[in-house]
Ligand binder design. Structure first.
Ligand SMILES: [Zn+2]
Length: 345
């Protein structure tokens, strides 16, 4: 069936099913196009899975919400899908510029984290890398979309980027955010208050440049950017959306109000950690010395053996050192485990 842009716009405004169309008929979005919702909002369809909303009245924030960078992390995808639908159907009126990104469309279809490569290791790599699998070309498209979105507004506006994920394993601290390395710039307490309103009280301060999506927006566009982990991975339709009420309502307020009111910052509201060890898999026999289903942020006494491989042992260096994102199945040379220790900001 041939669909004109006018047909497409009619479908989007009538049903709001942008994600479903992006997944089933990505070819429909091979060329960008724009249209209006009523008199108040300009919609730009950038590509399959990438859509922005701009209020015609003055606003002061440029907000990016991304999800599905890992295609099997369904809760954030469902949250963003419902948000886009409600904006298209005029149930929510945006008062801020908003770009919504559904990252890895093909890995959603196969219910996998990725098709060929972990996309959240592919940002800031530059455009000269030769290998051109789906994830790499998609990461470049997303980088370009972020750049166009931020640079097409006045530079003195507040830039936010919340990259929403769910973790492979459960976490002792159910929801947590990774704060990208800021190269000495101060951490934003106002941002931590927004995260707290989302139900995220555990913050992991990154100590190094990385190739994640949130670091890309942080370093390149000085955005307040975070990788936000909202709980454990579940298949589409199996998420208990009650667990996400706070994040859903806060994100909706953020895009539809001029000033989100949050409570005052108090250090005791948070668990703040910094990275102590980044342990990369060096050998094919790399083994984690704890059960597969151990929760993120489980901690160990000083000297405890955390992992081993031929010629190397990795031990806790501090009492209370905790593990995050363990994954022995990564490629050789990639990160298999992070350890963190409590800190203050
Ligand atoms: Zn993820």
């Amino acid at each position: 069936m041939e669909l004109s842009n006018l047909d497409l716009i009619e479908i989007l405004l009538g049903k709001g099913e942008f994600l479903a169309l992006s997944r089933n008929s990505a070819y429909l979005f091979s060329q960008p196009f724009r249209f209006d919702i009523g008199q108040h909002t300009v919609v730009k369809v950038v590509a399959a899975g990438v859509i922005s909303f701009e209020p015609k009245q003055a606003s002061n924030k440029d907000i990016i919400l991304s999800c599905g960078i890992h295609g099997n992390e369904t809760a954030p995808i469902e949250i963003c899908d419902a948000l886009v639908q409600d904006i298209l159907l005029q149930k929510i009126l945006v008062t801020q510029r908003v770009l919504v990104i559904f990252g890895n469309l093909r890995s959603m279809d196969v219910a996998q984290r990725f098709v060929e490569e972990n996309m959240n290791r592919l940002f800031s790599l530059g455009h000269d890398n030769k290998c051109n699998n789906y994830e790499r070309s998609r990461a470049r498209l997303l980088e370009q979309a972020v750049e166009n979105f931020y640079l097409s507004a006045e530079p003195d506006r507040e830039r936010l980027h919340y990259d929403l994920h769910t973790a492979i394993r459960t976490s002792k601290n159910d929801k947590f955010a990774v704060y990208p390395f800021l190269h000495g710039k101060p951490w934003s307490k106002a941002q931590l208050q927004i995260l707290l309103a989302c139900g995220v009280n555990t913050i992991l301060l990154s100590g190094n440049p990385t190739t994640t999506f949130s670091y890309f927006s942080s370093i390149k566009f000085a955005a307040h950017a975070f990788t936000i982990e909202l709980g454990k991975v579940k298949p589409f339709g199996e998420n208990d959306m009650g667990q996400f009420q706070q994040v859903v309502s806060t994100l909706r307020l953020l895009v539809s109000s001029h000033n989100l009111k949050c409570k005052e910052f108090a250090e005791e509201d948070f668990f703040i950690f910094k990275v102590n060890q980044v342990i990369n898999k060096g050998q094919s026999d790399f083994t984690l010395n704890f059960p597969d289903d151990l929760a993120n942020f489980s901690d160990f006494p000083k000297g405890h053996l955390l992992a081993f491989e031929s010629g190397c042992e990795y031990r806790a260096q501090y009492d209370g050192e905790a593990i995050v994102f363990p994954n022995a199945q990564v490629e050789i040379g990639q990160r298999a485990l992070l350890t963190v220790i409590p800190t203050k900001i």
